[in-house]
Design a protein around this ligand. Structure first.
Ligand code: ZN
Length: 246
């Protein structure tokens, strides 16, 4: 029994280690996703600036066309000046030319503003792209690191599993089943120490007779309250006490 209890404790230690590692492993995809957020944001910022720039470029081309149309209109209006007969017609025509000229100036102003805006956006875009490159680099480093952590944890888990199988092979099948059943019900703690008069699994006080039986280690005893398997820690003093009593 003493040996079986030892094996069960060993098994439980392995199970808990594997559980802890699984907890870390389960969080890694989330960590990778979190590490990617600045990269995604930088990429979006770059794309948004590029889109603004494209739109501005499209507007510029449209305005340049408008300008050509207006310039042609002015040219034709000026050509007609010589055909005019009366002073009234002449003044009206000059007014029309002035109005179209005003329109032309407006377009030229808009083009100028557009060029300034475009220069600013180009500057912002180059900054965005520099940030994007930095974020790409940082993410790669992060990703590699998390991948390495994943590999290490998975390797370690394989080793622990192999160890678990070799330890469990030395235990009777029914005892192993009992262990697994209690583990599942009691948060992975199937074997717990008795501390003084207390079960360390549920913290309830155990009857003295039960504690005495546990100390004898002739049979595996379970806690009356939480049903976990009990053992007394193997310290030299308790060992000598057990043998002295025996
Ligand atoms: Zn208990």
């Amino acid at each position: 029994m003493k040996e079986q209890l030892g094996l069960l404790i060993e098994l439980q230690t392995l199970d808990r280690k594997r559980q802890d590692q699984k907890g870390v492993l389960d969080q890694l995809p989330e960590k990778i996703a979190a590490a990617e957020v600045p990269l995604i944001e930088a990429r979006a910022a770059s794309e948004a600036t590029q889109e603004e720039l494209d739109l501005l470029d499209k507007e510029r081309r449209e305005k340049e066309l408008d300008l050509k149309v207006i310039e042609e209109k002015i040219r034709k209006l000026k050509m007609r000046l010589t055909d005019l007969k009366t002073n009234k017609e002449y003044h009206a025509h000059l007014q029309e030319i002035a109005s179209v000229n005003k329109e032309k100036e407006n377009i030229e102003d808009l083009l100028l503003n557009g060029m300034e805006e475009s220069d600013q956006l180009k500057l912002a875009l180059s900054e965005n792209e520099a940030t994007l490159k930095e974020e790409e680099k940082a993410f790669l480093v992060h990703q590699e690191d998390l991948k390495a952590q994943t590999d290490t944890l998975m390797d370690s888990d394989k080793k622990l599993e192999a160890e678990w199988l070799s330890v469990s092979a030395a235990l009777p099948a029914d005892l192993l089943d009992t262990y697994k059943r209690i583990c599942a019900k009691r948060k992975g703690m199937a074997v717990v120490a008795v501390n003084g008069k207390t079960c360390t699994g549920c913290n309830f006080s155990l009857p003295p007779q039960l504690i005495a039986e546990v100390k004898k280690r002739k049979k595996i005893h379970t806690c009356n309250y939480c049903n976990r398997m009990l053992y007394t820690p193997e310290t030299p003093s308790t060992e000598s006490q057990v043998s002295a009593k025996d």
